[in-house]
Design a protein around this ligand. Structure first.
Ligand code: PSV
Ligand code: MN
Length: 424
């Protein structure tokens, strides 16, 4: 669908302008090559459910078409993104939305596109056709042990699916909770959930991690059984060293200090994974960096500081993923924009003058500390990120190239305009 030659020829047209901007950006930087090296190795996984047009509880409008109708086509779409940016070399599957029927051929297809399998995600927040017992009143927290059993078995099955693909982690997001006061005994709900997680954890292969994702509200509106980072941390620390908290940016109340949460979880070695998106009000699932890029930068600032403090590998030691929904935009364009926003925030965090910041903090020089952070945030690092892409054979401008090469039009020609991808 897109070749290296096509990307190169688009790059050629933009090269003069890029070179001018790049020279200007790196003129004052001590070691731009080291920055470029880090940017190149940073990869963000694409969730299998984000490749189609999403909807809300008020329905779903038609997308432009050409959406992936099969898991194979979803992998092809991630391959397209990766060809354009060389930063999306992984896919995260949601089971059962995207259960592979033939793992071997799926692995081969992914390998051809340079794609690996990131965390596998279980789903006990919906009832599936033919499912024996309902999750209407929760899954692992349920008052009926048979429902809990069904949810535990599903998670164990998801680990098995992931093992066949070479995944190394399981993400558990539970929608369990209650909608009305009195509906739930909080303590029993917590204990049931913990017992279930414990059993799932006990089946985890030794080289796997388990991520416990929390969410402040929705679909339950009075209480969530894994509602905040404190609850997730409690489960993760009681479970053991293979269990971690997963932070999804959209799962907080407005105004929450997510960067501080990130810093403390890193300090406790309990931050395992990340779901990127942006929001104005809640779990809005908007394009990363579209509403509050400064917050994204502040989060990356803590991530880089905390990971460096523990000599962690920025790419390998954390599961990075986008978790968004695209109701009005082309999903592939939206994902390209999200990855770009992540790379920009990451690059800006890399150029924070850490020594100067530490000294300003030690001297309680509040004004200077702010200046230092904002100097990094206000640096236009886009040419640096573009250069990192160019050096790996990707596009200087992924979105522009996607449009110039008429990739969506080609997908519509091949797949038609009526396919609807699985997901929410
Ligand atoms: C829940 O809102 C969530 O963030 C979880 O990560 C799910 O797996 C994903 O969205 C898709 O529904
Ligand atoms: Mn999520």
């Amino acid at each position: 669908m897109v070749t290296r030659e096509e990307i190169e020829s688009c790059n050629k047209e933009q090269m003069d302008q890029h070179q001018r901007r790049y020279d200007q950006t790196v003129s004052g930087m001590a070691d731009p090559y080291e920055l470029i090296r880090k940017i190149i190795s940073f990869q963000v996984a694409i969730p299998s459910w984000a490749l189609g047009t999403g909807g809300t509880r008020f329905g779903r409008f038609r997308g432009r078409g050409g959406e992936p109708g099969t898991l194979g086509q979803k992998i092809e779409d991630v391959g397209l993104l990766h060809a354009l940016n060389q930063s999306s070399g992984a896919i995260s599957l949601h089971i059962p939305w995207d259960t592979p029927t033939d793992a071997k051929s799926i692995i081969e297809l992914a390998a051809k596109q340079g794609i690996v399998f990131d965390a596998v995600n279980s789903n006990t927040f919906q009832d599936q056709p033919g499912q024996v017992l309902s999750y209407k009143f929760g899954s692992l927290q349920h008052t009926d042990r048979r429902v809990r059993r069904q949810a535990i078995d599903h998670n164990i099955e998801v680990i098995r699916v992931g093992q066949a693909l070479g995944s190394k982690s399981l993400t558990v997001w539970l929608s369990d909770g209650s909608c009305f006061p009195g509906q739930l005994n909080f303590r029993k709900a917590w204990q049931h959930t913990f017992e279930g997680l414990k059993e799932i954890y006990s089946t985890l292969p030794k080289d796997w991690k388990m991520f416990i994702e929390y969410k402040a509200f929705e679909p339950n509106f009075y209480s969530m059984t894994v509602g905040d980072w404190g609850q997730s941390y409690l489960y993760a620390s009681k479970l053991g060293s293979q269990a971690y908290t997963l932070v999804d940016l959209g799962h907080h109340f407005p105004g929450e200090n997510i960067e501080q949460i990130v810093s403390l979880l890193l300090m406790e070695k309990k931050l395992g994974g990340f779901h990127f998106n942006d929001s104005k009000y809640g779990d809005d699932d908007l394009t990363v960096g579209s509403i509050n890029p400064y917050q994204l930068f502040l989060i990356f600032n803590e991530l880089v500081e905390g990971m460096d403090h523990q000599a962690m590998d920025h790419h390998k030691d954390m599961a990075w993923m986008i978790d968004a929904s695209h109701n009005v935009k082309d999903p592939l364009e939206d994902l390209l924009q999200s990855v770009e926003a992540i790379m920009i925030a990451y690059a800006q965090a890399l150029i924070v003058d850490r020594k100067a910041l530490e000294s300003a903090q030690n001297n309680n020089d509040v004004g200077l500390a702010q200046e230092i952070l904002q100097a990094a945030f206000r640096t236009d690092v886009r040419p640096l990120v573009a250069e990192a892409r160019r050096r790996t054979g990707a596009a200087l401008h992924p979105l522009g190239t996607f449009r110039k090469l008429k990739i969506r039009e080609k997908l519509i020609q091949v797949r038609g305009s009526d396919v609807v991808a699985t997901g929410l």
